[in-house]
Design a protein around this ligand. Structure first.
Ligand code: NCD
Ligand code: ZN
Length: 347
């Protein structure tokens, strides 16, 4: 078989992205906007994006930070709290200010303190979202400190997701950044109203990466990487023909000083190499012909949007490691898989 050296796909979208704000936003945005046409923008700012006006203002700041005419379109999300008002949410959805709403169990991850303390508190909101067809994006981990951190996704499926979906069986849910074989099996066994995003890093690293010769804060994200068998299940799911799985980088930049600290922040900044790393994974799995579905078709189909018209071309060729990004007097370290990435986006 001759080796494929070039691949052109429809322009992809990133269905899970943290862009932050201010100088950080300006620094990280080009990496996404140069490759992806749309992105679902996570609302976990400080303070979070809760109201329609917050999303409209944040969207304006993103558009202002865009350099050049990339055609990039930010799709905004609402941060659900115990106090979220169903009317405000549905108004935002109707006006196009909120594409979806994000459920952070309170305390589950970065800037989730204002999240939902008990899913029962938002039943009214979920009922409305089901009615209007507004997707619920879930950070699927329980926060009970007695549950082992490596089991929190599985316990969330059993204790929160399944009961919630029994109550709201038409609710559209994206199970974000799945990290376990149980997550994969749950999505595979669910109806068309359940989708899932898979990050590049969870396809490449397992939990050993956190402890290679010492503690590796730049490999720390939430949900934390799991055992090898889970990584293999994620790779099989992403490269399968199951349209429930789609691209969501969860690119989550933090300053080096905040990562390399006594209490280092969770989050991996993978935007500079995201599409290339996905291409590498699909290549290794002999599934380059399925990259377009995962990156550019399954997500829009789930969200009920047309796929993009533009194209992106990738060429085989060793990709150099990314430089650190400078933000003021601080730096951000891009994700480094530690292995060769043999695909490059052609600009
Ligand atoms: C994200 C962040 O930094 O905002 N961190 C992460 O580890 N993924 C939050 C999140 O998506 O959990
Ligand atoms: Zn995230």
């Amino acid at each position: 078989m001759t080796q494929q050296n070039e691949l052109t796909i429809r322009r992809p979208d990133d269905w899970h992205l943290h862009l932050r704000d201010g100088d950080l936003l300006t620094a990280v945005l080009p990496f996404t906007a140069n490759v992806f046409r749309r992105a679902i923008i996570m609302p976990n700012l400080k303070p979070p994006v809760v109201k329609v006006a917050d999303a409209v203002a944040y969207r304006t700041r993103i558009l202002k930070a865009l350099a050049g005419d990339t055609g990039f379109e930010p799709l905004m999300t609402a941060y659900l709290t115990d106090a979220t008002d169903a009317d405000e949410l549905s108004r935002g959805h109707a006006e196009g200010a909120f594409t979806a709403a994000k459920l952070y169990p309170a305390g589950a991850t970065t800037n989730s303190d204002n999240g939902v303390t008990d899913i029962g508190k938002i039943y009214g909101v979920l009922e409305r979202m089901e009615e209007i067809g507004m997707p619920l994006l879930v950070h699927g981990e329980v926060t009970d400190p007695d549950v082992d951190i490596f089991d929190r996704e599985q316990v969330f499926i059993d204790n929160v997701l399944i009961p919630t979906l029994q109550r709201f069986d038409r609710l559209k849910v994206v199970f974000e950044h799945i990290t376990t074989a149980e997550g994969v099996a749950f999505v595979e066994g669910s109806g068309a109203n359940i989708g899932a995003t898979i990050t590049p890093h969870h396809l490449v690293i397992n939990r050993n990466a956190l402890f290679v010769g010492g503690m590796r804060p730049h490999m720390f994200c939430l949900p934390v990487a799991k055992r090898e068998r889970h990584r293999l299940a994620l790779r099989a799911a992403a490269t399968s023909d199951d349209t429930s799985f789609f691209l969501g980088t969860d690119s989550a930049p933090h300053l080096v000083s905040e990562k390399e600290s006594d209490c280092g922040c969770a989050g991996i900044f993978n935007a500079p190499s995201a599409l290339e790393v996905y291409a590498q994974v699909f290549d290794e799995e002999g599934a380059l012909d399925r990259l377009e579905a995962f990156a550019s078709l399954n997500g829009p189909a789930f969200y009920g949007m047309p796929p993009n018209e533009g194209k992106v071309t990738l060429k085989r060729g060793e990709r150099p490691a990314d430089d650190r990004l400078t933000v003021g007097s601080e730096e951000i370290l891009p994700f480094d898989t530690g292995k060769s990435v043999l695909w490059r986006v052609v600009y």
